[in-house]
Design a protein around this ligand. Structure first.
Ligand SMILES: NC(=O)C1=CN([C@@H]2O[C@H](COP(=O)(O)OP(=O)(O)OC[C@H]3O[C@@H](n4cnc5c(N)ncnc54)[C@H](O)[C@@H]3O)[C@@H](O)[C@H]2O)C=CC1
Ligand SMILES: O=C(O)C(=O)CO
Length: 313
């Protein structure tokens, strides 16, 4: 079995040795331009078109992340990049759900205990106890309730918050009220105080967090974007912050990354920023998952994690 690997920043040696150890029967190599030797599987992130095109022999391509939008958008321009019938897999959780839970829970608690307000008071050297917030007025809505969103929703429910989620089909997460489809989006938004985005980037979800949507949230809402920058219209968020409709935002992803130095988001006192690291690929967990999936394919089983090219995620 031959496996080719390409990632613009990961330590290739670590991945080659790791995969080799988990699949001793495999021969794993870093793909180099001009390498047309056969391969059974490809492990990729931002793959060059020539790495995959024409490789009809592939039994699977593995995206080394959860979101496959960058691969699918490249496929639009170069459909030959994924030969017909070759399945595309993505990482499902592999340690990312815990990171998303840490990120979301810590930020929700920060807002709920009004640490943002106390930080602002501290700047003015003001000793001023504020009214408590109450769980019943702190409904959390998770947009996108898949592998990551579902776990984030459940972990916040465990802290006693009313939690709801929105997805394409109904979900059954412990302590979480499920809303599904475009027809239930308004109901989901009505009364949501904290909006957390974990949707995939698809033509249906681009620009979904816009003025219209923000105006349907509870007054003084909080917004956390952990999915993709294209989901959020940044000017609409700034307007909602300035009008007071949105109290604060925590953003990990941006329309343009790195976020340009002249973006007004940097200077906004009620916007917090992290540089797209809410959840990163953990090599060991990812390699265990990929090796297990490869074994399932080799045994003729149908593994999970296959991307639906029709749905775009
Ligand atoms: N900021 C970061 O560091 C990271 C961000 N991500 C982002 O998180 C996203 C979610 O990852 P997973 O939970 O693994 O994906 P997933 O595919 O398991 O879940 C996606 C969810 O969105 C829902 N959905 C999709 N299209 C919809 C639509 N049109 N209307 C309503 N619901 C819709 C699905 O029903 C599903 O519940 C990734 O696509 C990626 O963009 C992932 C990892 C790290
Ligand atoms: O896995 C993903 O989709 C990511 O965004 C990683 O940063």
């Amino acid at each position: 079995m031959d496996i080719i690997f390409h990632h613009p920043t990961f330590n290739a040696q670590q991945w080659i040795e790791g995969m080799q150890q988990k699949l001793p029967e495999a021969s794993v190599r870093q793909w180099q331009p001009g390498d047309n030797q056969p391969a059974d599987y490809a492990l990729v992130w931002h793959p060059p078109v020539e790495m995959l095109s024409g490789r009809q022999e592939l039994k699977g391509v593995f995206a080394l992340g959860a979101g496959v939008d960058s691969i699918l958008s490249k496929l639009q321009a170069h459909p030959e990049m994924l030969p017909k019938g070759v399945p595309l897999f993505r990482l499902e959780d592999t340690g990312m759900a815990l990171q998303m839970q840490e990120y979301a829970v810590s930020q929700v608690l920060h807002w709920f205990r009004r640490f943002d307000d106390y930080q602002a008071l501290k700047q003015q050297a003001k000793w001023q106890p504020l009214d408590d917030y109450h769980h019943e007025n702190f409904t959390i809505g998770v947009l996108g309730a898949g592998v990551l969103g579902g776990k984030v929703a459940e972990s916040l429910a465990a802290w006693g918050f009313p939690v709801r989620c929105w997805s394409r089909s109904k979900k059954d997460y412990h302590g979480v009220t499920s809303y599904a489809g475009a027809e239930q989006l308004d109901e989901f938004l009505n009364g949501t105080r904290v909006l957390i985005n974990l949707l995939p980037n698809t033509p249906q979800t681009v620009g979904i967090i816009n003025s219209q949507l923000l105006n349907k949230l509870a007054d003084g809402a909080y917004v956390m974007n952990l999915a993709r920058g294209v989901h959020l219209i940044e000017d609409d968020l700034l307007a909602a912050l300035d009008s007071g409709k949105v109290k604060s935002a925590m953003l990990d992803v941006f329309a343009k990354e790195p976020l340009p130095e002249n973006s007004p988001l940097w200077k906004h006192p009620r916007v917090a920023i992290t540089p797209h690291l809410a959840a990163v690929t953990r090599p060991e967990e990812a390699m265990v998952y990929i090796a297990k999936t490869i074994r399932q394919i080799e045994n003729g089983e149908s593994p999970g994690g296959q991307v639906s090219l029709d749905n775009g995620y």
